[in-house]
Design a protein around this ligand. Structure first.
Ligand code: SF4
Length: 195
């Protein structure tokens, strides 16, 4: 008899089921200044700790743990701002873990970046949530979204894995222009998307 092997899928939360205020320990898995892989141009990337989607094949499984790494500090924030002030740095990238389950850290940093640099630097974030899911989510998540320029949305799906895609691991994920999407109330894809 042929056995059908079932592939486990990522978790699917109900709207507002997972809240940063209940989950985040405000821990950081890693900070990578001056990298060229987490979005367009030279970027400073903050990897926050904790994610509940549990995607099979997750690229950063250790950072699913909310206690992984070390606490976010004022010193780290000041270092990020200092690094970002270099003229060749295009912007900040938030990833993890799940930035939208660490809004205490990500929102605080995004606000500081806007205070210091206005819109001369951009802010990208990755998330396991889809755009449609975020639209039904808690106020802190929507507030974080409002500070972003680009959102790469959706779980990593092994069945749709494609390493040739620009800035994402599986074909379901999208690179979304956040201001245009919020203004038109529909998903607008980044106009520099090549593949
Ligand atoms: S959403 Fe991202 S960080 Fe979270 S489990 Fe999936 S691949 Fe890993």
């Amino acid at each position: 008899m042929t056995q059908i092997r079932k592939t486990r899928l990522p978790n699917n939360p109900k709207p507002k089921q997972w809240l940063a205020k209940d989950r985040s320990q405000q821990y950081i898995a890693s900070y990578k200044p001056f990298n060229m892989v987490d979005g367009e141009g030279v970027r400073c990337s903050l990897y926050v700790s904790g994610c509940l989607f549990n995607c099979p094949g997750c690229y950063n499984k250790v950072a699913q743990n909310f206690h992984y790494g070390h606490p976010y500090t004022q010193e780290l924030e000041d270092q990020i701002i200092k690094d970002m002030s270099e003229s060749y740095v295009q912007g900040l990238t938030l990833l993890g873990g799940e930035p939208f389950l660490n809004t205490q850290v990500c929102l605080r940093l995004a606000k500081r970046v806007r205070r210091e640099f206005g819109h001369t630097k951009d802010i990208w974030s990755w998330t396991g949530y889809t755009w449609d899911e975020l639209m039904k989510e808690s106020e802190d998540k929507l507030a974080l979204l409002s500070y972003l320029d680009i959102l790469v949305d959706g779980r990593f799906l092994l069945a749709q894995k494609d390493l040739t895609l620009q800035f994402r691991g599986s074909a379901n994920q999208r690179i979304i222009d956040v201001p245009k999407s919020l203004a038109t109330n529909q998903v607008v894809i980044w106009d520099k998307l090549r593949r």
